[in-house]
Design a protein around this ligand. Structure first.
Ligand code: WT7
Length: 568
């Protein structure tokens, strides 16, 4: 028997109060995700159960029980409070996937502060933009990343504390830096958790749009109601599971399902903080007897490339349920996984903005390889006409993916950017910005994004951000950035540039520019290819014609370019 039971029955008789009841929450009560993910599990008598199995570079392993999570997160919370951090202050986690990242997240939530996780491979410019926009007060980081913080510190007057969690005392600390060791800190048994309510802010995740600065998606503590139930019904997590979510908490999958989902259910989860290789991943599953695995199409395509032989070198018989998110999951990947693991990957569709799984395949449902499945019970998901914003009922016609607003884990706004938040709604629907079609059985089939945002290996990259960073390079006069097809990452970043007089378009310069972007933004945003041009195609009003360049990369018809040249 699966946790969800019958999908159709659940859809018929659904109410979010199912989740509220299980969490013993009722309207108006205190709800604190940090408490739910640690203290509550201990209160239920599972303090001695393993919450986290962590493996770092070179195979170092650490284990933490729920009681350890409770006490360490208390220590972190108490320490932050001692620095003057209060509820609603933004605290950034700029850490590799080390235990402090997971436990620090819980500690921040316990004091009612807002956790702002950022991918540790971000360069100084990506970091700067996001800390500045959020008005971040403190940042938890590591020795290896502190240099990037130092580089932009001058431009961040509101950043008061730089907390280095692994300071070895060797190199002196600089301005605003302080050392803190989670494991050496005095254990805090009794801690006064801040009484957050349903609408109290919890997490601020930055996501990329087509234009302008990255957007800070604001979530609230009530999101737990959605994250808990989707983790239970879609990921099918149960008491004895060993769960592995491969996502980094710098992105929403890594927090909603790489921290909150599993821990609010009291399930043991594993984290692997080292680079990707098929053998390393399979040995990890084998060693820890992983049962439920949540990953992404890019990783799955890489595993496919490594072949069946790699699978056969390991005992993966512990696996019982596999899920995927982040980008279109090819039908071939589902067929392949059935063949080699004996289990299909269940595709799940959602966004940073939705906070939890929205369209999905669930256990017990017939999986149609290549389809994203159907709306989660309680979610009104549909495809609407891009002109009239009315629902499309006939199967096969492409439209925009839309949801009826009001599910628990929905974003509450974009930080400092209510106007863009409001622009996401039309005719009473929340628009995801993706296109899809429905089949006759009501399954969703992903078609593509409705904007120019690049999805590279499940990570959204803003073409505008890369274009702006390119212009900061001394040789670049103009730039245009689009997606280019790629076998493993589906899309990678490609840049078109024109050079300033005196610069020579050669391969060496291309490498230098790539590296410049990698350091400034991140390895994900780094163009995999740079093409020199004499001029960048633009509309008469000066807008870059990304669609034209995009069509060229994908071998598509460019269509009637005269309309493209018109002002919009
Ligand atoms: C965008 C959201 C929330 C998980 C991590 C990504 C694309 C997500 C799927 C899927 C096809 C997908 C969409 C979406 N996407 N899941 N199953 N099939 N595309 O969160 O960074 O906010 O990106 O990822 O384009 O809008 P995100």
């Amino acid at each position: 028997m699966t946790n969800i039971g019958s999908y159709d029955e659940r859809v018929k008789q659904f109410d979010w109060s199912i989740s509220e009841k299980e969490l013993e929450y009722s309207d108006g009560n205190i709800i604190n995700i940090g408490w739910y993910c640690s203290d509550r599990i201990c209160d239920k008598g599972h303090g001695g159960k393993t919450a986290l199995i962590w493996e770092g570079q070179g195979g170092v392993e650490k284990r933490f029980t729920y009681n350890d999570i409770r006490i360490h997160s208390n220590s972190i919370g108490a320490y932050l409070r001692s620095l003057g951090i209060k509820d609603e202050d933004r605290v950034c986690l700029f850490l590799d996937r080390i235990p402090e990242l997971y436990i620090g997240f819980i500690g921040i939530l316990k004091i009612g502060a807002i956790a702002q996780p950022l991918f540790s491979a971000f360069g100084d410019e990506s970091l700067h933009l996001r800390l500045e926009d959020a008005g971040t007060k403190a940042i938890l980081t590591q020795r290896k990343h502190v240099g990037k913080v130092r580089k932009v510190l001058d431009q961040l007057p509101r950043l008061e504390h730089i907390i280095v969690v692994d300071h070895d005392g060797k190199k002196p600390l600089k301005e605003k830096e302080i050392a803190f060791s989670m494991e050496a800190a005095a254990p805090v048994e009794n801690f006064e958790i801040f009484p957050t309510k349903a609408e109290s802010p919890s997490v601020l995740h930055y996501t990329s749009g087509t234009t302008g600065k990255p957007k800070g998606v604001k979530h609230v503590h009530y999101s737990l109601i959605g994250q808990y139930l989707t983790a239970k019904w879609v990921l099918d997590l149960r008491e004895n599971d060993i769960y592995w979510c491969t996502a980094d908490p710098g992105w929403v999958t890594g927090t909603s399902y790489g921290i909150i989902g599993a821990w609010s259910l009291g399930v043991t989860q594993c984290v692997l903080d080292s680079g990707f290789s098929a053998d390393a991943w399979y040995s990890f599953i084998e060693r820890h007897r992983v049962t439920v695995w949540y990953s992404a199409p890019t990783a799955i395509r890489s595993l496919m490339k490594a072949g069946k032989e790699a699978v056969e070198r390991h005992d993966l018989s512990s696996l019982r349920h596999l899920c995927s998110v982040g980008e279109p999951l090819n039908a071939e990947a589902v067929v392949w996984s059935k063949e080699v693991f004996g289990l299909p990957f269940y595709d799940t569709y959602w966004q940073t903005e939705t906070g939890a799984i929205m369209i999905t395949n669930v256990p017990g449902m017939e999986v149609k390889p290549g389809s994203m499945g159907k709306g989660f019970p309680g979610i009104t998901a549909l495809v609407i006409d891009p002109k009239t914003y009315e629902p499309i009922v006939e199967p096969g016609r492409i439209g925009l993916i839309a949801f009826k607003p009001g599910w628990p884990s929905m974003m509450r706004t974009y930080w400092n950017n209510e106007a863009t938040y409001l622009s996401k709604f039309n005719n009473g629907w929340y628009l995801s910005g993706d296109r899809a079609r429905l089949d006759k059985d009501g399954y969703f089939w992903f078609v593509g994004r409705d904007d120019d945002v690049i999805n590279t290996g499940g990570h959204l990259v803003s073409p505008f951000e890369v274009e702006s960073a390119l212009l900061e390079h001394e040789a670049v006069a103009e730039s245009a950035v689009v997606a280019k097809p790629d076998e493993v990452n589906m899309e990678v970043v490609k840049a078109f540039i024109t050079l300033k007089p005196g610069f020579d378009p050669n391969p060496d310069l291309e490498l230098k520019i790539m590296n410049f972007i990698r350091k400034k933004l991140s390895p994900l945003a780094m163009p995999q290819e740079i093409e020199y041009m004499d001029s960048i195609p633009k509309t008469r009003s000066g807008k870059i014609m990304r669609r034209l360049l995009h069509a060229k990369e994908w071998g598509e018809e460019t269509g009637d370019t005269s309309t493209l040249e018109d002002d919009e």
